[in-house]
Design a protein around this ligand. Structure first.
Ligand code: ZN
Length: 125
């Protein structure tokens, strides 16, 4: 669920950012040397977003909502994640799908990341 913004005009939000919850990089160079995709604490991601003028804040960590849940107590935060998926019959061709405004029930932890949900299994809005 996405919080309402009092002003009905334009709202700003960075819809693709990470926190330390993206501990395992999906980027080739960083992954090759064992660096995380992001090492920034969620509270710092929130503070930076507000300093940069965002009305709403979310964090889209890889297959995790742990980072965004750490700041979910703020009234202007909505829960999101960057889901790893693949096309049916093409398990090696992974894609990342940004899922915004999800609930805790929408996020089902997988036993072993990355979750590889077939694209055809994702609900259509
Ligand atoms: Zn990303």
């Amino acid at each position: 669920m996405v919080p309402r913004v009092p002003d009905e005009g334009v709202s700003r939000a960075d819809l693709h950012c990470h926190s330390w919850a993206s501990a395992r990089s999906r980027l080739g160079v960083q992954r090759a040397v064992g660096l995380p995709e992001c090492a920034t604490p969620p509270a710092e991601v929130y503070a930076l977003a507000k300093r940069r003028g965002m009305d709403l804040v979310t964090i889209t960590d890889h297959d995790s909502i742990e980072g965004v849940l750490a700041i979910a107590g703020q009234g202007d935060v909505f829960v999101s994640e960057e889901l790893t998926a693949s096309f049916r019959g093409e398990p090696g061709a992974r894609v990342h799908v940004l899922c915004w405004g999800i609930t805790l029930d929408d996020h089902a932890p997988s036993p072993e990341p990355p979750r590889r949900s077939p694209i055809s299994a994702l609900p259509l809005a």
